[in-house]
Design a protein. Structure first.
Length: 202
């Protein structure tokens, strides 16, 4: 649910119909939504960069549970385009591919995190053991300098796994959820008409 200032801001930027916010794009033709340089079959084409950035950016503005619908405004002639019946399938396929790609990135990151954690813990234990041994062999300033150096070095080795598990994983996890949400959005093709909310042209 949206409330307060965020709801007012989004209401100014996006139209809302029956509790569903509209992410709107104006197209000269349906094919303009996809990268014209991509030689792949239509259902496997990449989305146009500007269109993808706009759709992802728009969906990111809303809480994940907010109902959304993607509306493509096209000239009347575009409704006769043979790609119109498979447009929704093409969009779902593209964003499913993008979500799977981020899923692989996240899985690889977590593997690096586990490896980094094992290496970091092993190095930390070695440093702590060496510090104890030096504490029994040395006295005075050298004991303090080397002991603190080993302790700091051991904890520095833990920096990378801590960064992964505290900070690096959740942006990827959120992006995966965003892409999956876009994949599942209802898609409407509308004959071009003036729209009161925010939209972009492709």
């Amino acid at each position: 649910m949206l409330g307060g200032a965020p709801a007012q801001r989004l209401a100014r930027r996006y139209r809302c119909e029956d509790g569903v916010y509209l992410v709107e794009i104006r197209l000269r033709e349906l094919r303009a939504l996809f990268n014209s340089l991509d030689p792949a079959p239509f259902l496997d084409k990449d989305l146009d960069d500007e269109a993808e950035q706009y759709i992802v950016g728009a969906v990111e503005e809303f809480p994940l549970k907010t109902p959304l619908r993607l509306v493509l405004h096209v000239p009347a002639a575009a409704r006769a385009d043979p790609v119109a019946p498979v447009l929704g399938e093409a969009l779902r396929g593209y964003f499913d591919y993008r979500a799977a790609h981020v899923e692989r990135e996240l899985a690889a990151l977590m593997r690096r995190g586990r490896a980094s954690l094992l290496i970091g813990l092993g190095f930390l234990f070695v440093c702590l053991a060496a510090r104890r041994v030096l504490g029994q062999m040395l006295t005075g300033a050298w004991q303090d300098i080397l002991g603190e150096g080993l302790l700091i070095s051991g904890w520095v080795a833990m920096w990378r796994p801590l960064q992964i598990y505290l900070y690096d994983w959740w942006p990827l996890a959120r992006r995966r959820r965003i892409l999956r949400k876009i994949r599942d959005l209802p898609v409407d093709v509308s004959i071009d008409a003036a729209a009161g909310g925010r939209s972009t042209s492709v």
